[in-house]
Design a protein around this ligand. Structure first.
Ligand SMILES: C[S@@+](CC[C@H](N)C(=O)[O-])C[C@H]1O[C@@H](n2cnc3c(N)ncnc32)[C@H](O)[C@@H]1O
Length: 318
């Protein structure tokens, strides 16, 4: 695939005008896009900066990094790394405490879902992989080939809130005894067969029975929630006082982590219960600057991927 083809598998950036407003761009500011994808947000940020502005982006997917290399703008650089390593890269660049805005647009990109050989989608048959960085760690097929029923069920329940987690886990283990699990279609069929038929008139009637399990396995194999938990505290050192943190989540597990982190930082230092505390002793590290922001009906109609997005914004305290 050529460089331009990588960019042609486009990803429509979610909440674009809301992100730009939330980042409160300064013409000579330094911005970090932790989830480059196909660079929709990055490009819009660059368009809003002057000649001395900077955008530093991260992505752990080698194909996203390839796409980023086609963006020849001297104000831009790409780092091929999980964003949980934010602090060490920002330190190398000499930008600790200097970043004016940081964006996390979580989850997977449209090209990851649409290219069948990445194995993210039950709609397309391909190798059962789902790693954002296929050069690192175990694929879903490798993990499922040896995981215990209890562990599979726990993953499906915890990360997918799948009601039939145990039935699905048992079916996977029974079938893999006879035939190795290698493709997304095989897994989707096993899950569909293990699911009871949808109840008439219920919302799940319209959802593929593999939706929740595929989400769960993807979150687990990429350690998505751990990555998020690791980056958030680092953001406090990276942002300049007055700098903005902008996070777009796509499911309640991610959003809960972001919401709690912002809430705790807004509350300030944690003292033991018996210590008398006055407000000025608390030194909050963040200020929430808006209520959660959701896409408009028009955006969801134009880009159905936006439907579950929720954006939270906070400012580093001075
Ligand atoms: C929703 S897409 C971002 C789309 C992007 N904002 C755009 O406009 O094109 C998420 C991207 O973040 C990357 N990503 C997800 N988790 C990551 C992590 N922990 N570290 C680095 N990159 C990650 C994925 O590989 C994917 O390319």
């Amino acid at each position: 695939m050529s460089k331009s083809e990588f960019l042609n598998f486009s990803h429509q950036p979610v909440l674009l005008s809301e992100v730009l407003e939330a980042l409160n761009l300064r013409s000579d500011g330094i911005y970090v896009d932790c989830t480059f994808g196909r660079g929709g947000h990055t490009q819009a940020i660059l368009n809003g900066l002057g000649p001395s502005g900077r955008v530093l982006a991260f992505d752990q997917d080698p194909e996203a990094v390839q796409a980023a290399l086609s963006l020849t703008d001297k104000r831009f650089s790409i780092i091929h790394s999980p964003f949980a390593q934010l602090g060490q890269y920002i330190e190398k660049c000499g930008f600790i405490g200097k970043v004016d805005g940081l964006l996390l647009d979580l989850g997977v990109s449209s090209p990851q879902l649409e290219v069948s050989n990445r194995g993210f989608s039950f709609m397309r048959d391909g190798p059962l992989d789902m790693r954002m960085n296929p050069e690192n760690g175990e694929s879903v097929a490798q993990w499922l080939s040896k995981a215990m029923v209890n562990d599979i069920a726990a993953v499906l329940k915890t990360y997918g809130e799948e009601r039939f987690a145990r039935r699905i886990a048992r079916a996977i283990v029974a079938i893999r005894e006879h035939k190795p699990l290698k493709t997304t279609r095989q897994l989707a069929d096993i899950i569909a067969a293990a699911h009871p038929p949808p109840r008439k008139g219920k919302r799940e009637e319209f959802k593929h029975p593999a939706t929740r399990s595929f989400q769960a396995l993807r979150i687990f194999i990429n350690r998505e929630l751990e990555q998020l938990q690791q980056i958030l505290p680092q953001v406090l050192d990276v942002l300049v006082p007055g700098g903005h943190l902008v996070v777009i989540s796509f499911h309640s597990l991610e959003d809960r982590i972001v919401k709690r982190f912002i809430r705790d930082c807004v509350r300030g230092d944690d003292f033991p219960q018996e210590v008398p505390v006055t407000k000025d002793m608390l030194s909050p590290s963040l200020r929430a600057i808006s209520k959660p922001i959701f896409p408009t009906a028009a955006e969801v109609a134009a880009n159905p991927r936006a439907r579950s997005a929720v954006m939270r914004v906070a400012e580093r305290c001075k």
